[in-house]
Design a protein around this ligand. Structure first.
Ligand code: DX5
Ligand code: ZN
Length: 218
């Protein structure tokens, strides 16, 4: 399964609902929602009230990326606001195993993320608890950054770890994904691609169609 998950961090918040409608109309099924707390990452984005508000007019799969310290504190609240999946950072959880289990118990899909400086070996003990691993391909905090080349090898390594373990886990990449970088992450084994500026910069419908076409060729 391949999915394009447009990151609304790059959307125009003045007409957020309309822009979400446009990606939906272009045939997207997932929406990437970046929550930042100003502590785990330098910037602050938005939280539950925004998610609850866009939930009212969208049936997209809400892929919520939590760039917050100790996200285990807010699992129920994100569930209530309409999240379908919560992805938490391995670096942000003291008790990663239990946080991942709690997300599952709350009835959501489970994701775990690692920063560019974190090795994939750190995930060995939790791989069987997750539906998806998010390999960050920029240091989280801001949209519009350039893809970090050393992350390609991490995706390859992780795909091998998953296959060797006989598991069915999606690999998501996030940061600097555009028409120039899309082929190498797909070749490396990623199957869920986040794109912010490459979707919301310019003509949304056309951007989605071009990126999706590259994924559908696989
Ligand atoms: C970065 C966020 C990303 C970001 C991607 O901290 O997690 O989701 O919005 O933006 P682009 O695609 O512009 O690099
Ligand atoms: Zn993200």
């Amino acid at each position: 399964m391949y999915q394009l998950s447009p990151s609304i961090l790059a959307a125009d918040f003045n007409c957020l609902g309309e822009q979400i409608r446009q990606v939906e109309e272009a045939g997207v099924e997932w929406l990437h929602i970046d929550v930042m707390d100003g502590a785990f990452v330098p910037s602050i984005s938005f939280g539950m009230p925004v998610i609850a508000s866009i939930r009212k007019n969208s049936s997209l799969f809400f892929d919520v990326h939590l760039m917050i310290e100790e996200p285990g504190r807010y699992i129920e609240e994100f569930k209530k606001s309409g999240a379908d999946m919560l992805t938490v950072h391995a670096e942000a959880c003291k008790h990663l195993d239990s946080t991942l289990r709690e997300i599952r118990k709350a009835g959501m899909k489970v994701g775990v993320a690692i920063n560019p400086g974190t090795p994939v070996s750190q995930l060995e003990c939790v791989l069987d608890l997750v539906d998806m691993v998010l390999v960050m391909t920029v240091n989280p905090g801001f949209g519009g950054q350039s893809y970090i080349e050393s992350c390609t090898g991490k995706v390859q390594k992780l795909r091998k770890m998953i296959t060797d373990a006989g598991l069915d886990v999606d690999i998501q990449v996030d940061g600097g994904i555009n028409e120039k970088t899309i082929d190498k992450v797909l070749d490396a084994g990623a199957n869920i691609l986040v794109a912010g500026s490459a979707v919301f910069g310019g003509n949304i419908g056309e951007n989605v169609r071009r990126l999706k076409e590259r994924m559908e060729r696989r």
